[in-house]
Design a protein around this ligand. Structure first.
Ligand code: GRF
Length: 194
C-alpha cells in the first residue's frame, strides 16, 4: 500500500505502527508520498525506513499530469491500495480510475455531515461547533470523484461537551482516527484478500 499525506502524519504513524505490530497483516507500506516538502509525515516515514517521494504540483502542467506521475510511481512500487491520510489535494481521474475502489480517506466528521468542498482540517471542527450538534466523529470512506462522497466504510462517534472548542474537538476526533483507520484498513485488505 501507499500513504499520501500533506501534514503532520499522525494517522500515518498509527498505520505504520499497526503494520509493524502485525495488526494489519499481509501488507507493507512501500511508499509515502507528499505534495508538501516540509510535511512531517515524510520525516516519520523516513524514520520508519519507508521510501518517500515529494512531488511538487508546480512541476506539472495541470492536476491530471500530476496525478499521472503519481500513478506511474505507484505502479513502479507495485502499490495495490492507496491510503489518503491528511492529503490536501483533490484526486483527478487518472488516479481515481487507476485505483478504483482501492482508495481510502479519513475525514474528521460523521459524513455525510460536514463534508464536501472546502471542508477540511479545522474548518470542519469550526463548522461542527458552530452548528450546535452534540456529536461529531470521524469517517473512513472510499474515494471517488465526489469530494467526501464515496461509500462510508466505518465511523466512530465523539460526544461534544458544552466547553468544547474546535481545537479540543479536533484533538478528541484525531485520537479516534488513530483507532479507526488501522481497523478499517485491516478489514479492507482482508476483504480484498490481497
Ligand atoms: C485528520 O484530521 C484527517 O481526518 C484529515 O486530515 C487530518 C490529518 O492529520 N483528513 P494527520 O496528518 O494524520 O495528523
Amino acid at each position: 500500500m501507499t500513504i499520501l499525506a500533506s501534514g503532520s502524519g499522525s494517522n500515518l504513524a498509527a498505520i505504520i505502527n499497526a503494520v509493524d505490530k502485525g495488526f494489519i497483516p499481509n501488507t507493507q507500506i512501500s511508499l509515502v508520498i507528499s505534495n508538501k516538502k516540509d510535511a512531517y509525515a515524510l520525516v516519520r516515514a523516513k524514520n520508519a525506513g519507508i521510501s518517500t517521494l515529494y512531488a511538487k504540483k508546480s512541476d506539472f502542467a495541470d492536476n491530471e499530469e500530476f496525478d499521472k506521475y503519481i500513478v506511474k510511481k505507484l505502479r513502479d512500487a507495485q502499490v495495490d491500495i492507496v491510503i489518503l491520510a491528511g492529503y490536501l489535494r483533490i484526486l483527478t481521474l487518472p488516479l481515481l480510475e487507476s485505483y478504483k475502489n482501492r482508495i481510502l480517506n479519513i475525514h474528521p466528521s460523521l459524513l455525510p455531515d460536514f463534508g464536501g468542498k472546502g471542508m477540511y482540517g479545522m474548518k470542519v471542527h469550526e463548522a461542527v461547533i458552530k452548528s450546535g450538534v452534540s456529536t461529531s466523529g470521524c469517517s473512513v470512506h472510499l474515494v471517488n470523484e465526489e469530494i467526501d462522497g464515496g461509500r462510508v466504510l466505518s465511523q466512530i462517534s465523539v460526544p461534544i461537551m458544552p466547553e468544547d472548542t474546535p481545537e479540543s474537538l479536533a484533538a478528541k476526533v484525531l485520537k479516534e482516527e488513530h483507532t479507526l483507520y488501522p481497523k478499517v484498513i485491516r478489514e479492507f485488505i482482508s476483504d480484498l484478500k490481497l
